[in-house]
Write a protein that binds this ligand. Sequence first.
Ligand SMILES: [Fe+2]
Length: 210
Amino acid sequence: MYTLPNLPYAYEALEPHIDALTMQIHHDKHHQAYLDKLNAALTNYPELAALSAEDLLWHFEDQVKVQTPADIQTAIRNHGGGFANHNLFWEILSPEGPREAVGQLATAIASQFGSFANFRSQLIDVAIKQFGSGWAWLSLNEKQELVLSSSANQDSPLLIHHYPILGVDVWEHAYYLKYQNRRPDYLEAIWNVLDWQKIEERYLAALNKS
Ligand SMILES: [Fe+2]
């Protein structure tokens, strides 16, 4: 059984950029629902339930698809993705922390995107253009290159063996109470609450994995 991680800060800690009610509903209702449905899907698959949520998605093609019928595959893809993606999202947000890349990731971003400002505008562009519900991602691919992408629904980059370093939730449940239909305003505000120390730690972990 997977369990819901506590938010590492109070619901209101990210105000005014992300409001307390959005955080409460997002964590206590949406994230909880992904978790509950993932656990339900894995009830009869103890070998899969023994994997971490990230490994479950990493091994989707070679293990999940081999061991489960189609309806369970879909549940694992959607709810396993929803569970893991939100674990990541809470981790990289914080009321404190550097608001620009630091350390080795700062160097890699400057090298691949020219500057942090270029990277920032490209990520916003990817996030705005994601049609409907989904995520915008900065991931590390198997060549240890940084990759910007978006995905629909709760699809994780782990499904294609890209390790997600930063994910921005662009489902309406992430911003609608405060920003309504103004996704670009949410995508400007979120830079005030991204914790680049945590994102650097994910980058270093990703380098060590591959
Ligand atoms: Fe979400």
